[in-house]
Design a protein around this ligand. Sequence first.
Ligand SMILES: [Zn+2]
Length: 63
Amino acid sequence: MTKTKMCEFCAVWDELSNLTPLFEQGKTNVSYYCDRCLPDVKSNLLNLPYSSLFTWGKKEVKK
Ligand SMILES: [Zn+2]
């Protein structure tokens, strides 16, 4: 079974291996972003004053 998650940016469901997780300090839920949105999300984040609270994770390796 393939795990899928929704991209928080475009709200499109994709395989977990195509999504990059974004962790926010102090929060347990993880946001996922697809490759199409990743550049936009990253540049948006850089403009946030609290961007240091966010950490990008690694994409899950396809098995
Ligand atoms: Zn997306």
